[in-house]
Design a protein around this ligand. Structure first.
Ligand SMILES: Cc1ncc(COP(=O)(O)O)c(C=O)c1O
Length: 373
């Protein structure tokens, strides 16, 4: 039996009439950039995220870059970031002009914690809190990643950030609807960054992203920066990008947003079934107590990863790897980055199993049966 790693048609095809109507509405409006659909979606997404504001941008990567600028990043500022993340988290820091300072992750939850950040700061910073490598960059930001849809322990991270004078910006690209301590991810820091890449828990039919924040000043700067740094068509006031959420994608996201919670519940149900059924030889990501995860990915560890994946593929079961290279080990920055042993070991062992809304029960049974053999 064929079990795909993901099948986006399972959520999108049942909505195809509504999506077509939404696209048609945009076509007929004659307004395709920063019009009524983006405006309406921003309000709806802010309500979903329990945040005062949201600002639509072109991607999750841009959401991070623009948030760093809007929160006052100066060229050369160091940004503490977990080494186990999707590389775009770090691409966004590079693009903003920041310097990543890699913290390792917890071996059970695979997430950045206050403990792993403390170790990174102790080992890589001088007493004044400047990054020691590459010439004393001031450490000014903390960028936790809610990896695989699992929320980081944000109370402890925010406390540490306050003690150290760090501004917290959350990468919630994989975690729409997750919460920590009853408070949604994305609302703990100064800004929360989301991606609407098609595979995400809320996915567009193309690229898209958003920043949520309670701070009107940040909103004003984000609006400026996503539009070339210009307040209007005439004058540039700030650094900027062309980074707008399209009207068409906003209209499609408005169709999908009311369904996210149900899709997330389905992800949780599928994840619970895997957890209950899988043999102990395949450890799964531990969920920190106090968090509500949304299972963007379901990740197990297998030291014999290549042979496991080959065996599953021979049975028609597709799997993924998130991520094969720890972010500190990419060739572009490996020479200047410290070791992060836990992240690097995990990068060698993690395997993502098929899990998506609309996944067939017999498909999941097949994956479980294959792993029990
Ligand atoms: C954790 C994380 N951060 C950032 C991004 C970047 O988002 P996008 O692909 O929309 O630029 C992604 C997705 O690729 C991601 O998974």
């Amino acid at each position: 039996m064929k079990v795909p790693f993901n099948d986006l048609s399972r959520v999108n095809v049942p909505l195809s009439r509504e999506i077509a109507a939404a696209v048609d509405r945009v076509v007929r409006s004659g307004a395709y950039i920063l019009g009524e659909e983006v405006d309406a979606f921003e309000g709806e997404f802010a309500r979903f995220a329990l945040s005062r504001f949201s600002v639509g941008v072109a991607s999750g990567t841009d959401a991070i870059t623009l948030s760093l600028w809007a929160c006052g990043l100066r060229p050369g500022d160091a940004v503490v970031v977990p080494a186990l993340t999707a590389n775009p988290t770090v691409v966004a820091i590079d693009r903003a002009g920041g310097v990543p300072l890699f913290a390792d992750v917890d071996p059970e939850t695979y997430l950045m914690t206050a403990a792993t950040v403390n170790v990174a700061l102790r080992e890589q910073c001088d007493q004044a809190g400047a990054r020691m490598r590459s010439g004393g960059h001031p450490v000014r930001f903390l960028l936790p990643v809610h990896l695989y849809g699992a929320p980081c322990a944000m109370d402890a991270l925010c406390e540490l950030a306050a003690e150290r004078g760090l501004t917290v910006i959350e990468d919630a690209a994989q975690a729409h609807g997750a919460s920590w301590g009853g408070r949604p991810v994305g609302t703990w820091g100064k800004a929360g960054c989301f991606s609407f890449y098609p595979t995400k828990n809320l996915g567009a039919l193309g690229d898209g992203g958003a920043v949520v924040t309670d701070d009107p000043g940040i909103v004003e700067r984000l609006r400026l920066q996503r539009f070339y740094g210009q307040r209007n068509r005439v004058r540039q006031d700030a650094l900027g990008l062309n980074s707008r959420l399209d009207e068409i994608q906003a209209a499609i996201l408005r169709v999908k947003l009311p369904r996210v919670e149900a899709w997330n519940r389905e992800r949780v149900r599928l994840a619970d079934k895997y957890r209950a059924a899988l043999p102990a030889r395949y450890p799964v990501q531990a969920l920190p107590e106090g968090g509500k995860p949304v299972h963007h990915l379901f990740v197990i560890r297998a030291p014999e990863r290549a042979s496991l994946r080959q065996g599953l593929a021979a049975r028609g079961i597709e799997t993924g790897v998130h991520y094969e290279v720890a972010a500190n080990r990419h060739p572009i920055r490996a020479a200047t980055s410290p070791a992060c042993p836990v992240s690097e070991r995990l990068a060698g062992e993690v395997v993502s199993l098929p899990l998506y809304p609309g996944m067939r029960a017999d498909g999941q049974d097949e994956v479980i049966a294959a792993l029990l053999e």
